[in-house]
Design a protein around this ligand. Structure first.
Ligand SMILES: CC(C)(COP(=O)(O)OP(=O)(O)OC[C@H]1O[C@@H](n2cnc3c(N)ncnc32)[C@H](O)[C@@H]1OP(=O)(O)O)[C@@H](O)C(=O)NCCC(=O)NCCS
Length: 169
C-alpha cells in the first residue's frame, strides 16, 4: 500500500515530508507539483537499488537486494511522482518481538528534506503493526542526531563483533 506524505498509522510524518510539498522543482509555469509517496513492501529492482546507493556515494553491489529480501519483515520505499526511488529502509526480524532497522538510504540529491525520517517512521509503524515490541538500530557516531533526535530512538547498551576479524573463543 502506498501513502502520500503520511505514515501508515495516521501519524503525521515529520516536517516537509509530512506535507507532501515540493521543495526542489518549480516548473516553467511556476507550478509546484512533486509529492513523495511512501510504501511498505513495494517491489523494486536491483537496478533501482544500485542507482539509489550510487546517488549518495555508496558502494553498490549488484544483486544485493535480491539476495537479502527474503530475510526481511518488510521495507519502506519513497518515490517521487515519476516513480524515481528516493529513499529506502529495510526491517529485518527475529520472527518475534525484535525488529532491526538497517540500510536507511536517501537519494543524494534529496537529503535533508525529511525523507529519511519519514521512511524510518513508516517502518516503525509497520513493525509495531506486525507485533514487534522492540526496534533496534546501530550506526556511525555522526548519525546520532538523525536516529536519536529526528527518528526518536533512544541510546542503549549494545555489543558488536566483526566476525571476519576474529577466529572464535
Ligand atoms: C542518513 C540518511 C538516510 C538521512 O536521510 P535524510 O533524508 O537526509 O534525513 P532527514 O532529512 O530526515 O534528516 C533529519 C535530520 O537528521 C539529521 N541528519 C540527517 N542526515 C544526517 C547526516 N548525514 N549526518 C548528521 N545528521 C544528519 C539532521 O539533523 C537532519 O535535519 P536537517 O535536515 O534539518 O539537518 C542519509 O544521509 C543517507 O542516505 N546517507 C547515506 C547512507 C547512510 O549512511 N545510511 C545510514 C545507515 S545506518
Amino acid at each position: 500500500m502506498a501513502v502520500s506524505g503520511r505514515g501508515s498509522g495516521g501519524c503525521p510524518l515529520s516536517r516537509r515530508a509530512s506535507l507532501g510539498l515540493n521543495w526542489s522543482q518549480v516548473g516553467d509555469a511556476g507550478t509546484v507539483s512533486e509529492v513523495i509517496s511512501y510504501a511498505w513492501r513495494d517491489p523494486f529492482t536491483d537496478d533501482e537499488m544500485v542507482d539509489l546507493v550510487r546517488s549518495h556515494g555508496g558502494n553498490a553491489v549488484a544483486g544485493w537486494w535480491s539476495k537479502i529480501q527474503q530475510h526481511s519483515l518488510g521495507w519502506v520505499t519513497a518515490r517521487d511522482g515519476d516513480g524515481l526511488l528516493l529513499g529506502f529502509v529495510n526491517v529485518a526480524w527475529d520472527g518475534g518481538d525484535h525488529a532491526f532497522l538497517i540500510d536507511t538510504k536517501t537519494r543524494g540529491s534529496h537529503q535533508h528534506r525529511g525523507i529519511g525520517t519519514a521512511v524510518v517512521r513508516l517502518a516503525a509503524n509497520r513493525a509495531r503493526a506486525a507485533g514487534c515490541e522492540w526496534l533496534h538500530v546501530d550506526f556511525e557516531p555522526e548519525l546520532r542526531s538523525f536516529y536519536f533526535d529526528a527518528c526518536g530512538f533512544r541510546p542503549t547498551d549494545a555489543g558488536l563483533i566483526h566476525l571476519p576479524s576474529t577466529n572464535g573463543c
